[in-house]
Design a protein around this ligand. Structure first.
Ligand SMILES: Nc1nc2c(ncn2[C@@H]2O[C@H](COP(=O)(O)OP(=O)(O)OP(=O)(O)O)[C@@H](O)[C@H]2O)c(=O)[nH]1
Ligand SMILES: [Mg+2]
Length: 197
């Protein structure tokens, strides 16, 4: 049978829209965890063991059990609806990999900035980066077990965000929680691009 020419007429195959979303945030905020929690393909990871040599520069406060770090990127894919597929690109968290960001952000529709309230200042650079480049982003506060919970408003003020930038509390290990974050990014980015047009 020739594809699309069965007796029942052409098959209703919808070509999905594919969108690129970046997952950024400070060192150890849970970016690799987030991509792994939702990806329907085995996520591509570029993890290297944290070394003794890196100890003076890799600030492990709050994530003392962390053994590895992302050195290039994480990559995953999620089908949000049959006609909407997201490609997720997780950025490396450490400052020494900043040179990769311009490459990774090319063609991105929007971004997630993962924040850890124990080290909120670690995501300032990501917020700044996306604001400067006009890339729409949602701030997702990854609620680590022993971290204090703050209302969205407090996080918004601390990061000095635009009023329309969404702030969401999430658990980067939970698929459904991460999906909500991704839906927020897509909706927000679409709204921003519609108002710019
Ligand atoms: N309790 C808890 N632990 C988490 C959560 N998210 C991530 N972790 C843990 O925190 C550590 C850091 O997670 P990663 O996903 O490697 O963080 P990352 O942002 O990719 O780190 P870099 O790539 O090194 O910047 C890991 O040990 C995770 O298991 C969370 O929501 N709750
Ligand atoms: Mg990582």
């Amino acid at each position: 049978m020739v594809y699309g020419h069965s007796d029942r007429g052409p098959a209703q195959v919808v070509d999905p829209v594919t969108l690129k979303i970046l997952v950024a945030g400070g060192f150890g905020a849970g970016k690799t965890t987030l991509v792994g929690a939702v990806s329907e393909i085995k996520p591509l990871r570029t993890e290297e063991l944290l070394s003794e040599a890196g100890r003076p520069v890799d600030d492990l406060a709050g994530v003392e059990n962390k053994r590895t770090t992302t050195v290039a990127m994480d990559f995953g894919r999620i089908t949000l609806r049959e006609d909407l597929v997201l490609y997720l690109f997780g950025t490396p968290g450490q400052d020494r990999f900043w040179f990769l960001w311009d490459e990774l952000s090319t063609g991105a529709l929007g971004a997630v900035v993962l924040a850890d309230t124990r080290r909120l200042q670690d995501c300032f650079a990501a917020v700044d980066y996306f604001e400067r480049r006009g890339i729409a982003f949602t701030v997702a506060v990854n609620c680590f077990d022993r971290a204090a919970r703050y209302p969205e408003e407090t996080v918004r003020e601390a990061l000095d965000l635009d009023p329309q930038t969404p702030v969401i509390l999430c658990d980067a290990r939970e698929r459904e929680s991460v999906k909500e974050v991704l839906i927020s990014v897509v909706e927000h980015a679409m709204m921003v691009s519609a108002t710019r047009r």
